[in-house]
Design a protein around this ligand. Sequence first.
Ligand code: F6R
Length: 608
Amino acid sequence: MCGIVGAVAQRNVVPILLEGLQRLEYRGYDSAGLVVINNAELLRVRSTGRVRDLSEKSADTKGQIGIAHTRWATHGAPSERNAHPHLSRDLIAVVHNGIIENYELLRSRLIAAGYEFTSDTDTEVITHLVHSYYSQGMSLLAATQAAIVELVGAFAIGVVAADNPDQLICARRGSPLLLGVGIEEHFIASDVSALLPVTRRVVYLEEGDVVQVERLSYQIFDASGNPVQRAVQTSEMSNESVSLGNYRHYMQKEIHEQPQALADTLEVACHGHSLSTGLFGADAAAVFAEVDSVLILACGTSYHAGLVARYWLEEIAGIACTVEVASEYRYRTSVANPRALVVVISQSGETADTQAALNHAKSLGHIHTLAICNVAESALVRLCKLRFLTRAGPEIGVASTKAFTTQLVALFLLTLVLAKQRGRLSAEQEQQHLQSLRHLPLATQHVLTLEPLIATLAEQFANKHHALFLGRGMHYPIALEGALKLKEISYIHAEAYPAGELKHGPLALVDSDMPVISVAPNDALLEKLKSNLQEVRARGGELYVFADADTHIAASEGIHVLQMAEHAGYLSPILHTIPLQLLAYYVALQKGTDVDKPRNLAKSVTVE
Ligand code: F6R
């Protein structure tokens, strides 16, 4: 995800900008750049490598005011010419997060007015627009205000002008941006973690705010151009963006980060009026037009995400989908369909089995490849033609939590894009899905409020040695994921079954010592599931049911019901995952295991 840092100070700001960018690295990016003003000149340095490379390239660059950026490509390939800041006639420099939807229109108009474009980005139109007003004699503030009136879409921007070394203008609409208040110096950033070495005092800008930032002062204007006061807050964030904060374990922290991780992952996809195929890469439209099926390859939790996606892809997009455990696929003699879209899913992007499976698929003649991954610069991303980066942020706990739910969001977006391309999604359905996605972070927040109840429930598992998880339909993979979480961090043996399969064998295991955990959404299979639960209860099994509010499953002797909100339709598997993560976490606390580093396991499995 793109990141912005800016500074106005009496000292050289280049180290501040670079440190800030480094702290935003975890968000994922493909290029970086900065600009400072020195002797009425814009000194720009850009790099497609890491921030470290940018640091080396800017060793001799100095200035007391500047803006910097890490770019996550949306419009235009990741390349130096597309990296920010963008310049207009060596006078105006702009960094930008977000997407300008009407950039093509503005671009044609600016080209007709004589502006020369040197990148493929949507951002460059902002640069020239500001220039067009500034060169008419407007102040930098007024020129920026005039320019953003013309923008449709989402943005957070930082603007400087070569002949105005005292002012930095920033503005936001739809993308986050904050102001850092230092001692006789000021900063801007898209994320507070970027500013922690220089200040904790921040002003979170509101929608439509424009700020004139100077070394000794700043002035904020609201969306109507009226001066406003915004509260200065002291950030609670720890200096280390990967520190635990107030949480006991990374796993707990990462479970709680899910509303933000989902919002970040959805940011690029959902702020427009419609979904764009370009979310998956510049060549996605051409590739998706070619494909007639989907083959998903992944391991562990990422494999479970693929299993959920199969239900979505076949039901919504009407496209055949197979999901294979990567370590099996790589050694299996399979019949390749070169028109299949091969999707590899991975948090780390470094999992050896998944990489090998991808290479195996290629050796069989597969050419259409997509990586869904949380690490931009990882091997899998580099090996695939298309990509979608989840924005879960660094996941430190070995048990994957926020990576999983963000993978599900990515896969749901893929489903919608393919459905649209295949003429199976009306404009109205698209809007409904987008609305549900926009609501998802809030719905996730709501599920997290169940934490104290789940902590209490977990006490009943402390002396258990086995557990069964049940689900049906697209919630069967969620039962699998719940069982995996429980076994890997609490070391309780857990199995998951599609509930209808119970009577074909596992029912023999059920007695009063066997807790049976059931995912119970109010979907088409609810009545069938209820019958399966009766089968368990009749054998003395203790049931723990995670039920949607509208299922009307009541608690009674031997049936513990945890009430969720009302059924969330296709996004229900995402919401139903969270209580199972919490259950595993609190059972592990009961058992006193090493939650973040369970025995025998590693975060990135880079060996076979
Ligand atoms: C389980 C877990 C693992 C990983 C698996 C794949 O909580 O984290 O099962 O999901 O090792 O890892 P990635 O997604 O990095 O390819």
